[in-house]
Design a protein around this ligand. Structure first.
Ligand code: UDX
Length: 431
């Protein structure tokens, strides 16, 4: 099938490359000329394991190409995925101006039947609105359908998530649109749920809100465990073995970050308000997360009282492992708070340091080449992101290099007994 993907950011590029790999002819479009130039030279503008190779192979096989002209993408394709950004506005609601611009371009350039699919996360009823935007500019009076096909890709495992999804959600207005999308996804052999457009739009926001709620719930229980002297890891296991609850997403830690959960939660709260419902539960999910992010700062203050002049080493900056994404990462709140307390900060992350430097312009941080450099002369080390390499550090060496011996394990990656035996003062979440 001939496909255009408009917006070659994270979602668009992964979607485009994967559809090409399934044998389709895909044009990825972006109005950022520099990005398109890089992509044409096989350079991926962000870090995602396996994506560079997937792009390279499919470009070579002539199934994947790039352009900065929406008109080219629209004219050449039957199915058009919209994967442009829907960033949050001040009140948390999604800014749909990029989608509106794309809708206008589609309408102006439409030259035959097109199926236009929302891939970006959008508020419920955007499908209706998008249909009107396109119709307004549809001077050639061409037939088209609008559909919603939300993405559930996780950064770091996006290709695997695309190729082996738990489910594919297709929101459509008629059988023709349903059949096109079903045949497109047929090779994946995954369960396909066909709904109306509005339900598909809500499925995306409700899924991310539910997952955020699971994380805040377990973090709140972790705080109770700490107060009671119980172990959150055992409690999470005990809860998760109930099939109705499930073990996934019950890792207590420093809360969720990234661009999706915080943004989608705010958007869902704003959508609910618009529709006349005050979603207080989700507001509390957000409050718990905001509190949880500062767990390491609270622990360090309990230990040292005053953090002024203390050397604090940060291991991990990205919002989660296997990504260089710093957007709304807990490390930002933690480092800003430590800086305000007067601490000296050293940090290391295997992938996210370049992005971190852009964020911490006004904070003095010594960026290190590895964990041992961070440990040198540190009073305390905080594990902020659970990169695999932090799980297998030579902790004898770390202890030798440190000035004091405090480890704040914000992601519960170490075994308390082993680490205390080595002589560390160890604080973990809910254990
Ligand atoms: C998420 C959704 O999972 C995906 O379906 C959606 O389309 C985009 O948003 P992503 O943001 O890439 O994906 O990361 P994910 O792996 O879901 O983790 C989100 C955050 O939750 C991270 O900050 C992670 O550290 C945190 N998390 C996750 C926990 O704190 N505990 C857990 O048990 C799981």
């Amino acid at each position: 099938m001939k496909i255009a993907v408009i917006g070659s950011g994270y979602v668009g590029l992964v979607t485009g490359a994967c559809f090409a790999d399934l044998g389709n002819e895909v044009i990825c479009v972006d109005n950022d000329l520099d990005k398109i130039k890089k992509l044409k030279n096989n350079k991926i503008p962000f870090y995602e394991p396996g994506l560079d190779n997937l792009v390279k192979v499919n470009v070579r096989e002539k199934r994947l190409s790039f352009t900065s002209e929406i008109s080219e993408g629209v004219k050449e394709s039957e199915v058009i995925f919209i994967a442009v950004g829907t960033p949050p506005r001040e009140d948390g609601s999604a800014d749909l101006s990029a989608i509106e611009r794309v809708g206008k371009e589609i309408g102006t350039n439409i030259n035959g039947y097109k199926l236009i699919v929302e891939k970006s996360t959008v508020p419920v009823r955007t499908g209706e609105w998008l249909r009107n935007v396109i119709e307004k500019y549809n001077v050639n009076n061409c037939e088209f359908d609008v559909a919603s096909n939300p993405e559930f890709l996780r950064e770091g495992t996006a290709i695997q998530d695309f190729m082996n999804p738990d489910r594919i959600v297709i929101g459509v207005e008629n059988e023709k649109a349903a059949q096109i999308l079903i045949s497109l996804y047929q090779p994946l052999n995954a369960p396909i749920l066909v709904t109306d457009i509005k339900s598909a739009e809500i499925i995306k926001h409700a899924s991310n809100a539910f997952l955020s709620m699971k994380i805040s719930f377990i973090n709140a229980v972790a705080n109770i465990c700490e107060l009671a002297g119980a172990d959150i890891k055992k409690v999470a296991k005990g809860i998760g073995l109930d099939k109705r609850i499930g073990e996934a997403f019950l890792n207590a830690g420093l809360g969720y970050g990234g661009f999706c959960f915080p943004k989608d939660l705010d958007a869902f709260i704003a959508i609910s308000k618009d529709l006349g419902y005050d979603f207080k539960l989700l507001k509390e999910v957000r409050n718990i997360n905001d509190y949880q992010k500062l767990f390491p700062v609270r622990k360090l203050k309990e230990i040292y009282g005053n953090l002024s002049g203390k050397n604090i080493g940060i291991l991990g900056l990205a919002f989660k492992p296997n990504t260089d994404d710093m957007r709304l990462a807990p490390s930002i709140d933690i480092i800003n708070a430590l800086h305000k307390e007067g601490a000296n900060i050293k940090a290391y992350d295997p992938e996210a340091m370049e992005n971190a430097k852009k964020i911490f312009k006004d904070v003095s941080i010594t960026y290190c080449d590895n964990s041992y450099e961070v440990a040198k002369d540190s009073d305390a080390i905080v594990i902020v992101t659970e990169w695999n390499e932090f799980k297998y550090l030579d902790l004898f060496k770390i202890k030798d290099l440190m000035k004091d011996n405090v480890i704040i394990d914000g992601r519960n990656i170490y075994d308390r007994k082993k680490i205390e035996k080595l002589g560390f003062k160890y604080k973990a979440v809910g254990r």
